[in-house]
Design a protein around this ligand. Structure first.
Ligand SMILES: NC(=O)c1ccc[n+]([C@@H]2O[C@H](COP(=O)([O-])OP(=O)(O)OC[C@H]3O[C@@H](n4cnc5c(N)ncnc54)[C@H](OP(=O)(O)O)[C@@H]3O)[C@@H](O)[C@H]2O)c1
Length: 399
C-alpha cells in the first residue's frame, strides 16, 4: 500500500511537471528543423500527449519518455519527409527494421549483396531496388542513417560511409562503441550532422517479439552531436518508432561502459560462470547430473528468476521457505564481497578500452564466425548444458 501511494504521488507530481514540458516542447517545435508548418500542426495535434516524466527510481529522480508521448500518428507526421536507412540486418536490424516498417515509416535496408543478411532481408519481405539496397546506396538515400552493422563492421566500413554522411542527415547508432572508442575504431561522426543513439536493453529478437505482443523494450538514448538543436527529440522519437516502451537518457560513454560491463557480468558471462561453479561443486560431491542441473539452472530460470523479474527480489525471498530465506540472507553478502573485486576489474577493463580492443581484433578476423562457432560448440559440449537439453525435453509442455 505504502509503495502504491508513493508511486501515485510521484505520478501525480509528474503530471504537474508535464504541463511545463508541454510548453517547453511547443516552443522548441516552432523553431525546429522540421518545417514550421509541420511543427505547428504537431503542436496543435499532439500537445495533449506530450509528457516527459520524472520518476523517483529508489531515491534518484530521473526523466523518462514513454511510448504514449509519441503515438503512431505523431511519429508518422514527424518522419513524414524522412527516409530511414537502416544498414545491417543482424538481430537489431531485423527487430528495429520490421518494427519501423510496421509503424508505417519509410524505412529501407542496406546490407552487402548476397550475404546472410541480404537473404534474411529477402525472406522478411524487403524488396531489392525498392527498400533493400547495398550499404552505400542506402546511406545515400537516407536522411537518417541507422548504423546497425556489427561493431567491428562499423569500423571496417567507416571510410566508405563517412563521405556519404552529408549535411542535413542524422547518424544513429545502437551502441556507443564506435564513436566512444574512436582511437581504436576510427569512427568519428562528422561534426556538422546530428549523431544520436538508441540502445535497446535486450536482443533484437526481443525488440521484435515485445513489439508484436503490444509491449515494448526499455532503451536508453544519447546525443553525441546536436547540430540542429533537435537531436534529443529525434532520438526520443526514433526510440519509440523502433519499438521502445520507455526510454531514459544517458551519454554515449555511459552507455558503452554499462553495456559492455553488463553483458560480461550478470547478463551473460558472470551468470554463466556462477552456474558452472555451482554445478561443478555439486558434481564433485557426488550429486547426479539431473540433481545438479535442477538445483542450479532449472529452478532458477523456471521458478525463481521469473519471480524476481515480475515482482522483485524481496517477493522472491518471501515466496521461499524460511530455511531457504535464512541461508540466502546469510550468503548473499559473501558472494557480493567475493565478486565485487571481479566486477571492479571488469569495469576498468571496459573503461580503458581493453574490451573494445579485444572485440574489434577478434570480430574483424575473416574467420571470426568459424572461431566463434568452435567456442559455442565447447559450451554445447559441456555436461551441464547437455544435461539441460534432456531436462528441457522432460518439461510436460515439451512432451
Ligand atoms: N544484439 C544485441 O542484443 C544488441 C543490443 C543492443 C545494441 N546492439 C548493437 O546494435 C548493433 C548491431 O548489432 P547486431 O547484434 O544486430 O548485429 P551483428 O550481428 O553484430 O551484425 C550483423 C550485421 O553486420 C553485417 N556485417 C558484418 N561484417 C560486415 C562487413 N565486413 N561488411 C558489411 N557488413 C558486415 C552483417 O552482414 P552479413 O550478414 O552480410 O555478414 C549483418 O548485417 C551493434 O552496434 C550492437 O552493439 C546489439
Amino acid at each position: 500500500m505504502a509503495v502504491a501511494a508513493t508511486r501515485a504521488a510521484t505520478r501525480s507530481s509528474s503530471r504537474a511537471f508535464s504541463v511545463a514540458a508541454v510548453n517547453q516542447w511547443s516552443a522548441i517545435s516552432a523553431n525546429g528543423s522540421h518545417s514550421n508548418a509541420s511543427s505547428l500542426t504537431l503542436k496543435n495535434k499532439f500537445v495533449q500527449t506530450r509528457g516527459l516524466k520524472q520518476i523517483n527510481f529508489g531515491g534518484t529522480v530521473e526523466t523518462v519518455y514513454e511510448r504514449s508521448d509519441w503515438p503512431r500518428e505523431k511519429l508518422l507526421e514527424y518522419f513524414k519527409d524522412d527516409t530511414l536507412a537502416l544498414i545491417g540486418y543482424g538481430a537489431q536490424g531485423y527487430g528495429q527494421g520490421l518494427n519501423l516498417r510496421d509503424n508505417g515509416l519509410n524505412v529501407i535496408i542496406g546490407v552487402r549483396k548476397n550475404g546472410a543478411s541480404w537473404k534474411a532481408a529477402l525472406e522478411d519481405g524487403w524488396v531489392p531496388g525498392e527498400n533493400l539496397f547495398e550499404i552505400n546506396e542506402a546511406v545515400e538515400k537516407g536522411t537518417y542513417v541507422m548504423n546497425l552493422l556489427s561493431d567491428a563492421a562499423q569500423s571496417e566500413t567507416w571510410e566508405s560511409i563517412k563521405p556519404l554522411l552529408t549535411k542535413g542527415k542524422t547518424l544513429y547508432f545502437s551502441h556507443g562503441f564506435s564513436p566512444v572508442f574512436n582511437d581504436l575504431t576510427h569512427v568519428e561522426p562528422p561534426k556538422d550532422i546530428d549523431t544520436i543513439l538508441v540502445a535497446p536493453k535486450g536482443s533484437g529478437r526481443t525488440v521484435r517479439s515485445l513489439f508484436k505482443e503490444g509491449r515494448g523494450i526499455n532503451s536508453s538514448y544519447a546525443v553525441w552531436n546536436d547540430v540542429s538543436g533537435k537531436a534529443d527529440e529525434k532520438a526520443q522519437a526514433l526510440a519509440v518508432a523502433i519499438g521502445s516502451g520507455y526510454v531514459y537518457k544517458t551519454t554515449f560513454e555511459k552507455e558503452v561502459n554499462s553495456d559492455l560491463y553488463g553483458e560480461r557480468g550478470c547478463l551473460m558471462g558472470g551468470i554463466h560462470g556462477m552456474f558452472l561453479a555451482q554445478y561443478e561443486v555439486l558434481r564433485e560431491n557426488g550429486h547426479s547430473p539431473s540433481e545438479a542441473f535442477n538445483e542450479t539452472v532449472e529452478e532458477a530460470t523456471q521458478s525463481l528468476y521469473p519471480l524476481i523479474g515480475k515482482y522483485g527480489m524481496d517477493y522472491m525471498y518471501d515466496a521461499c521457505s524460511t530455511t531457504a530465506r535464512r541461508g540466502a540472507l546469510d550468503w548473499y553478502p559473501v558472494f557480493k564481497d567475493a565478486l565485487k573485486p571481479v566486477f571492479q576489474d571488469l569495469y576498468e577493463s571496459t573503461k580503458n578500452g581493453s574490451e573494445t580492443k579485444r572485440s574489434l581484433e577478434f570480430n574483424s578476423q575473416a574467420d571470426y564466425r568459424e572461431k566463434l562457432e568452435k567456442e559455442l560448440q565447447t559450451i554445447r559440449d559441456m555436461e551441464i548444458w547437455r544435461v539441460g537439453k534432456e531436462v528441457r525435453k522432460l518439461r510436460p509442455e515439451n512432451n
